[in-house]
Each structure stands twice: as structure tokens, then as C-alpha cells.
Design a protein around this ligand. Structure first.
Ligand SMILES: [Zn+2]
Length: 113
């Protein structure tokens, strides 16, 4: 069976944008004028479709699939294996975190010639 792509509808995208901005479900619910239980239901539904366990992993998935915040874009479920060179904000950050400190990177070879 082919993996099913994930598309977020308008209300899912509104929730996802607020989550990506760091808002917790209570703030999301207040901002979107919905019940807290509705916010949790939407978050849990996105987790299930994105094949991730929990809100923190959903946030990573959103950062790995920023296209999901746009209407009609089909995203792949599941998280990327690191190191990943997809160019998403999350994966770029993870690669940058693996780099040696800038001082080491800029250090010129000593004792040459
Ligand atoms: Zn990636």
C-alpha cells in the first residue's frame, strides 16, 4: 500500500501555524475561538496523519514539511532521518548543529611551508 500524503485543511493549517509559532493548545484554542477539546482533537488528528507521536513531534514534522502550511500541498508523513539534506528549516538547523564551532572552521592551518 502506498503511503498516503498529508494535506492540511484551513483549520488544521491555522492550528499548525500557531503551534509552529510556539503557542500551546490553550492559546491556540483561544486565538481560534474554539474549545480546548477541539484544538486537541485537531492536533491529535494531524499527529495521526503525519505519523508522529505527540505535539512536540508534530512541531518537528511541520518544520520539516513547511509546505504543509500552504493550501493543497501534499506532504509526506513521518519524520526525516538525520542528517537530512532536504533543506527544511529543521534539518538545516540539525546539520548546522553538527558543524564544528565557527572558530575551528575559520582556523587557518599552522606551520605551513
Ligand atoms: Zn529533512
Amino acid at each position: 500500500m502506498e503511503p498516503t500524503g498529508v494535506t492540511l485543511d484551513k483549520v488544521d493549517r491555522d492550528v499548525a501555524i500557531l503551534l509552529a509559532a510556539g503557542d500551546d493548545p490553550k492559546i491556540v484554542a483561544d486565538h481560534l475561538d474554539m474549545a480546548l477539546s477541539t484544538a486537541y482533537r485537531l492536533i491529535n488528528g494531524m499527529c495521526a496523519r503525519a505519523h508522529v507521536a505527540g505535539r512536540a513531534k508534530l512541531l518537528i514534522w511541520i518544520l520539516q514539511h513547511p509546505g504543509c502550511l500552504f493550501k493543497g500541498v501534499i506532504s509526506v508523513p513521518g519524520l526525516h532521518v538525520q542528517p537530512c539534506e532536504c533543506g527544511s528549516p529543521y534539518c538545516l538547523g540539525m546539520i548546522a548543529a553538527q558543524l564544528p564551532p565557527i572558530d575551528e572552521m575559520l582556523q587557518l592551518p599552522t606551520g605551513a611551508d
